[in-house]
Design a protein. Structure first.
Length: 107
């Protein structure tokens, strides 16, 4: 029972981080269309984080559950951050290779 509650907390942590990054992406790319504070992604991030916190606290009581929740959220955010940096690096590398081909053809 405790393991299933912790796994559920981890799943909801992942959903919360996904919604958070999706809300930030939406706010950065379509600034006039979805930058209100109460859009679906922000609400999804907040509710998923609260559900995850509740599941972790049910599994290990308040003190240890909160600590576990902080570790899970930190791990999910770190994983998403590293993945984002890797994706940006790959996109930059592809752009550099494409521009190198263009400059070689012109010369």
């Amino acid at each position: 029972m405790i393991i299933s509650l912790i796994i559920g907390g981890l799943i909801f942590c992942g959903v919360s981080v996904f919604c958070f990054y999706k809300a930030n992406y939406c706010a950065c790319t379509r600034a006039g269309q979805c930058d209100n504070p109460v859009n679906h992604y922000w609400l999804g991030a907040m509710f998923s984080a609260l559900i995850s916190l509740a599941l972790c606290c049910l599994a290990l009581h308040v003190e240890w559950g909160t600590l576990l929740w902080l570790i899970l959220m930190g791990s999910c955010f770190l994983g998403a951050f590293i993945s984002s940096k890797q994706y940006q690096y790959k996109q930059c590398k592809k752009t550099t290779q494409a521009s190198a081909l263009l400059t070689n053809e012109i010369s």
